[in-house]
Design a protein around this ligand. Structure first.
Ligand SMILES: *Cc1c(COP(=O)(O)O)cnc(C)c1O
Length: 385
């Protein structure tokens, strides 16, 4: 198998697994219990919190462990809005967010909040001018992703913060794709909330972080015990949190080397595809883009067909669309970037990671062009150019 879908999820790093195992086996005490045995679990969480804080340049009490990127996004967006009730207000987001953000924002309309969506340019960059126009006295929160999961475009989060800071408007960024790939310092970025997810950076599924700056006000999503300083009830996912801490520690120490290696492979794949296959459109920003992500539209054929053929050959990729089983709606991200429907249907996302090798890329470059050729030969839109 050749795995080229790291933006969907990553394999668990063996070192992360090793770090987690004791907390799945022997060290099972409830971290809220008071005896020495349980204090081992508490200590493990405290250490992971310290690692997460170091990773983000945050303070440990600004780190809230959640069940993943989705919960972190929901907590920031709904939490800030609900804390204002009975007052309402408006929330601004971009049209290319992950559905964890888009649908959280949308759900607030039912409660009387107003939602505004920023358009993006052909490269997927948000319109800062439009943001300036949208910001008003009733704006509560701006939520724009750090880097897009489908095309990899990196958004100008610092500029967004600059526009919001003196107006007292909160800024949240979904950094699920950026974390582990780009160095993040929340103090320098000056955002109020940031989400990340362990399984996007070689950690386990079902655990994530919400960074919440000291002093910000938000209503918790989960009410119950006094866990996470009353900000997220439920007995902690100790092994998951330990794994997340380890994954962040590894990412921090090896980020530069990984970037160098993965970028070389991604560029090789990108250039190889553009050289070998005619009529291909590269999606996303030419350089303000995650170094592991390659999203292309292969004209005249459909992404799903290519994925099936790649799957036969053991290659895992994605159509870059959020299409859930059977729904053939093209990607909302590509459509927002102004790519026509028929072209967006032919999109394909390859996202690379630290376990990919050059021979895997060679193999894909060998098998992929004939797949395209075959599908095009059967396409009524392809005239054999
Ligand atoms: C994966 C992802 C999420 C969701 O994270 P989960 O941990 O799977 O809930 C949210 N936003 C982005 C940009 C993602 O890539």
């Amino acid at each position: 198998m050749i795995y080229l879908d790291y933006n969907a999820t990553t394999p668990l790093d063996k070192e992360v697994l090793e770090a987690m195992l004791p907390y799945l086996e022997d060290v099972y005490g409830n971290p809220s219990s008071t005896y020495a045995f349980a204090r081992k679990s508490r200590k493990a969480i405290d250490e992971a919190r310290q690692k997460a804080a170091s990773f983000l340049g945050a303070e440990p009490d600004e780190i809230i462990f959640t069940s993943g990127g989705t919960e972190s996004d929901n907590t920031a967006i709904k939490g800030v809005s609900f804390a204002r009730l009975p007052k309402k207000g408006s929330i601004i987001t971009s049209s290319i967010e992950h559905h964890a953000v888009l649908n959280s924002v949308k759900s607030l309309e039912k409660f009387g909040f107003e939602c505004k969506y920023l358009n993006v340019d052909e490269f997927g960059l948000i319109d800062l001018g439009r943001l300036k126009d949208y910001l008003g006295p009733d704006t509560i929160l701006v939520s724009v992703m750090y880097a897009n999961n489908e095309v990899g475009t990196i958004e100008p989060v610092k500029d967004i913060v600059r526009l919001c800071r003196d107006k007292g408007i909160y800024v949240h960024t979904d950094a699920a794709q950026a974390a582990g790939k780009i160095k993040i310092d929340v103090k320098e970025l000056d955002v109020d909330f940031l989400s990340l997810s362990a399984h996007k950076l070689y950690g386990p599924k079902g655990v994530g972080v919400l960074y919440a700056k000291r002093g910000v006000k938000f209503e918790p999503l989960l009410h119950g015990g006094r866990h996470e300083k009353n900000r997220r009830a439920s007995t902690e996912n100790v092994a998951g949190i330990v794994g997340l801490g380890k994954a962040l520690e590894i990412a921090r120490s090896r980020m530069d080397d990984e970037e160098r290696n993965i970028r070389i492979l991604r560029d090789k794949l990108q250039n190889g595809i553009l050289e070998r296959i005619p009529e291909v459109k590269l999606n996303g920003h030419p350089d303000k883009r995650l170094y592991n992500t390659l999203n292309v539209c292969i004209k005249y054929i459909e992404g799903e067909g290519m994925l099936t053929h790649l799957d036969f050959e053991g290659v895992c990729a994605s159509s870059g669309s959020a299409c859930t089983s059977g729904s053939l709606e093209p990607s909302h991200v590509l459509l927002a970037m102004g790519i026509p429907h028929e072209l967006a249907h032919g999109s394909l996302r390859f996202s690379l990671g630290k376990y990919n090798t050059e021979s895997e890329i060679d193999r894909v470059l060998e098998i992929f062009p004939p797949i395209v050729e075959k599908l095009r030969s059967m396409s009524p839109f392809w005239n054999g150019k």
